[in-house]
Design a protein around this ligand. Structure first.
Ligand SMILES: Cc1ncc(COP(=O)(O)O)c(C=O)c1O
Length: 302
C-alpha cells in the first residue's frame, strides 16, 4: 500500500503530496522542520520526546511569523496518526511547514502556510561503519549566528550552511564536518551537537557557540547528570578536541556516534570511550522503554 503523508489535517497518498515549482518556501528556504525518531520496542513502538520536538517546531514557526493553525499537542497526535496509518515501527518522522503560495515575493506576512508530516525508513544515519567512529574535519564554513539567521529556529535556509559543510567533508574523504562559531570556538556538526570528555568531565558548547538546542543533547546532559558525571557547558577550543579522551556527536538522526578523529588527529585510542559507551547504553535503554525513570520521554504509537 502507498505510504501516506499528513498534510493540513488529512492523510493523502505520497504521490499526491506535491508542490508547484514557484512555491515560496521551495525557492527561498523559508520552511521549518523537525526530525523525530520512533523506535520499535518489545511490545510497542515509542516516539522519542515527541512533544518536545513539536514545541521546538512551533517555536521555529513563531520566529518566522508563521501561523501553523495547529498546536504542539495537535501535531504530536498527527505524528502518531501518520506512523500508525503507515504501519511503521522504527522510523524517522519529518514534520515540515512552509509558505505554500506560488510567488516570487520575499515578504511572507500574507502568505498561506501548509503543514505536512512525512515518515522515512531510516536506519543508522552514518551507515553500518558508524561503530568504527567518525573521521571529522574542521569545516572551512563557520556556523551561522543569530545576527544573520535565527539559529534556534530549525529552518530550511539554515541548512544551506550545513549542506556546504557536510558536502565539503564528504568530498575531502571525511565522514562529517565540525563547524566553528564566528568567534572560532567549536560549535557543532551540520546536523549534530558535539560533546567531549576530558579526565572524566563531560563538556559541550553552550548557546553562545550558536548551536541548535538539540533534544538529544538535552537528553545526554540529563542522563549524564543522573549517572553522576560532571557536565560543563562552555566554550571549547578546537585543540581541546584533539587532546580530549573521548568525543561524540549526537542528534536524532545521528543518535550517539563517537568521533574517531578530527583533522586526522586520533581522539583517545580512536574507539568509543568508556563514558561515551555508558551514555549510549543508557540512552538506548531510555528509548527502548526499559528505563522507568525516562518513560516520560516516550509516546507509545500503538
Ligand atoms: C544543526 C543541528 N544541530 C543539532 C542537531 C541535534 O538536534 P536533535 O537532537 O534535537 O535532533 C540537529 C538535528 O536536528 C541539527 O540539525
Amino acid at each position: 500500500m502507498e505510504q501516506k503523508i499528513w498534510i493540513d489535517g488529512s492523510l493523502v497518498n505520497k504521490s499526491d503530496a506535491k508542490v508547484p515549482i514557484l512555491t515560496q518556501s521551495l525557492q527561498y528556504g523559508t520552511g521549518i522542520f523537525e526530525g523525530i525518531r520512533s523506535y520499535e520496542s518489545e511490545d510497542n513502538s515509542f516516539v522519542f520526546r515527541l512533544y518536545d520536538h513539536m514545541v521546538r517546531f512551533t517555536e521555529s514557526a513563531k520566529i518566522y511569523r508563521m501561523n501553523l493553525g495547529f498546536t504542539a499537542k495537535d501535531l504530536s497526535q498527527a505524528v502518531i496518526d501518520t506512523i500508525k496509518e503507515n504501519g511503521l515501527k522504527s522510523c524517522y518522522v519529518r514534520p515540515f511547514a512552509f509558505f505554500s503560495d506560488e510567488t516570487v515575493s520575499l515578504a511572507t506576512d500574507s502568505l498561506h502556510v501548509s503543514v505536512a508530516i512525512a515518515t522515512v525508513d531510516l536506519g543508522k544515519y552514518f551507515g553500518s561503519n558508524a561503530h568504527k567512529g567518525l573521521n571529522c574535519m574542521t569545516s572551512s564554513w563557520r556556523r551561522i549566528n543569530s545576527n544573520i539567521l535565527p539559529v534556534h529556529a530549525k529552518a530550511s535556509g539554515n541548512y544551506l550552511n550545513s549542506c556546504l559543510a557536510s558536502t565539503e567533508a564528504k568530498l575531502a574523504g571525511y565522514d562529517e564536518s565540525l563547524m566553528l562559531s564566528g568567534e572560532g570556538y567549536i560549535s557543532e556538526g551540520p546536523g549534530e551537537n558535539i560533546f567531549m570528555v576530558k579526565n572524566g568531565v563531560i563538556v559541550t558548547p553552550g548557546m553562545e557557540a550558536s548551536i541548535l538546542k538539540g533534544i538529544t543533547r538535552d537528553s545526554v546532559i540529563t542522563l549524564a547528570k543522573d549517572l553522576g558525571y560532571t557536565v560543563m557547558e562552555r566554550q571549547i577550543h578546537r585543540d581541546e578536541i584533539y587532546s580530549a579522551d573521548e568525543a561524540f556527536l549526537c542528534g536524532t538522526a545521528a543518535e550517539i556516534t563517537h568521533v574517531r578523529s578530527l583533522d586526522r588527529v586520533v581522539i583517545g585510542d580512536g574507539n568509543a570511550g568508556i563514558v561515551t559507551q555508558d551514555l549510549r547504553d543508557n540512552f538506548e535503554k531510555a528509548l527502548s522503554g526499559k528505563s522507568e525513570r525516562y518513560k516520560q520521554w516516550l509516546t507509545p504509537v500503538y
